[in-house]
Ligand binder design. Structure first.
Ligand code: MTE
Length: 336
C-alpha cells in the first residue's frame, strides 16, 4: 500500500536528476538534516534565510480582487468572530513577501518572486480514504457550500517569528462533517499539489514531496481550525498557499500545509513532511510550547514581524482556552 494509503505520487527518484541528487546530499548535510550537525545552524527550518540577508524584498504584490473568483461567498464574509485577536495586524506587504514555501524557493522573499508559476484556478481537491464516498470537488464549490468568515489569528513559526493575519476561510469542521468519515477515521491528512512545473522547488529533493501535514480528527473539527482561501479580504496569493491552505493557530506554522489538492481520512498518524525530514526536531503535534525548546533554538520568546524587540511566547500560542482539553493527560514534552 502507498504511504498513508493515498494514491501513489511519482517517486522522488523519478524526478530527481543526478545533479539534484548531489545537491540534496550537500544541502541536507549543510542543513544538518543528514549528519547531526544541526547545532551549527541557528536560523530557519533548514536555516538558509532570514530577513535582511542578500536579496532585498520584492515589491509588494497588488491585492487580488475578491470578485476574481466565484463571487457570492466573497460578498458575505462573516466578521467578526469570537476567535479574533485585537492585536495589531501584520502589514499585508510583510504577510505576502516574508514566506516559507520551499516549493517556490528557500529564501523568505523567493515565494513572492516565484509564485507566478502556480496557477490556482481551476483547482480540484480530492477527498477520500476513510469516508463513505470519495469526491473530487472544485475549490470554489467548497467556499460556496460552507460560506466564508474572517479569522484574525496569531501565527507562530517554529523559527520563532510571528505575525497576526486576517485570514478568510471556512472551518475545517464543516468539510469533515460533509465528507462523512467512517468510524475508522482517526486522522486527516492533507497534501500540497505535486507538479514541478507549477512548483519548481519540487525538482530539488530538499524535502520528501509533496508536502504532507495532518491532524487528529478532534483537532480537525476544533472550531479554530480553518481552511483558508484568502487573507486581508482577498483571495490567497500563490506565496501564501493559493488557493487553499490549512491554518491551525495553536500549532507551529509548518502544520499549515499550502496549495492543498488532497484531503485524506485515515486510521494512522500521518507521516508529516518535517517529521520525516528530521523527527528529532519536528513532531506530529507541533503545539506552540515555550517550555519545549527546539534543539537549535529556544521557543520562550518570538519576534513579531514589523515590530521591534521580542515578546513572550504563549502556551498554545494563547489559544489554550479552546484547545488545552484535547491534550489532557498527554506528555507534551514527548508528544512535541
Ligand atoms: N506548505 C508547503 N507546501 N510548503 C512549505 O514549505 N512551509 C510551512 C507552511 N506551509 C510550507 C508550507 C511553514 S514552515 C510555515 S511557517 C508556513 O507555511 C508559512 O506560511 P506563510 O508563508 O503564509 O506565512
Amino acid at each position: 500500500m502507498a504511504r498513508n494509503d493515498l494514491p501513489p505520487d511519482p517517486k522522488g527518484s523519478e524526478i530527481t536528476s543526478q545533479e539534484a541528487y548531489k545537491y540534496r546530499r550537500t544541502f541536507l548535510k549543510q542543513a544538518g538534516l543528514f549528519a547531526g550537525t544541526s547545532a551549527l545552524w541557528g536560523g530557519g527550518l533548514i536555516a538558509l534565510s532570514s530577513r535582511g540577508q542578500a536579496d532585498p524584498p520584492p515589491a509588494p504584490p497588488p491585492v487580488p480582487r475578491a470578485d476574481s473568483v466565484s463571487g457570492d461567498a466573497w460578498k458575505n464574509v462573516r466578521r467578526p468572530t469570537p476567535y479574533d485577536t485585537s492585536e495589531d495586524k501584520t502589514a499585508f506587504d510583510d504577510v505576502t513577501t516574508y514566506n516559507n514555501f520551499y516549493e517556490l524557493g528557500l529564501g523568505k522573499a523567493d515565494p513572492a518572486r516565484n509564485a507566478e508559476t502556480l496557477k490556482p484556478r481551476p483547482w480540484t481537491v480530492k477527498i477520500g480514504g476513510e469516508v463513505e464516498k470519495s469526491v473530487e470537488v472544485d475549490v470554489d464549490e467548497l467556499t460556496k457550500r460552507f460560506g466564508l468568515e474572517e479569522r484574525i489569528y496569531r501565527m507562530r513559526c517554529v523559527e520563532a517569528w510571528s505575525m497576526v493575519i486576517p485570514w478568510v476561510g471556512f472551518p475545517l469542521a464543516k468539510l469533515v462533517k460533509w465528507a462523512r468519515p467512517t468510524s475508522r477515521a482517526k486522522f486527516v491528512l492533507m497534501k500540497t499539489l505535486f507538479d514541478p512545473e507549477q512548483l519548481p522547488g519540487q525538482r530539488r529533493s530538499v524535502l520528501d514531496w509533496p508536502y504532507v501535514e495532518g491532524l487528529r480528527i478532534d483537532e480537525a473539527v476544533n472550531p479554530l481550525t480553518l481552511m483558508a482561501v484568502g487573507l486581508y479580504g482577498a483571495p490567497l496569493l500563490g506565496q501564501n498557499g493559493a488557493p487553499l491552505r490549512l491554518v491551525v493557530p495553536w500549532k507551529y506554522g509548518f502544520k499549515g500545509v499550502k496549495s492543498i489538492t488532497q484531503i485524506w481520512f485515515t486510521d494512522r498518524m500521518p507521516r508529516n513532511t518535517w517529521r520525516v525530514a528530521n523527527g528529532r526536531e519536528y513532531g506530529f503535534y507541533a503545539n506552540v510550547n515555550p517550555e519545549v525548546p527546539h534543539p537549535r533554538w529556544s521557543q520562550a520568546t518570538e519576534r513579531r514581524i514589523g515590530t521591534v524587540g521580542r515578546i513572550d511566547t504563549q502556551m498554545f500560542n494563547g489559544y489554550g482556552e479552546y484547545v488545552a482539553d484535547m491534550y489532557a493527560g498527554m506528555d507534551l514534552k514527548k508528544n512535541f
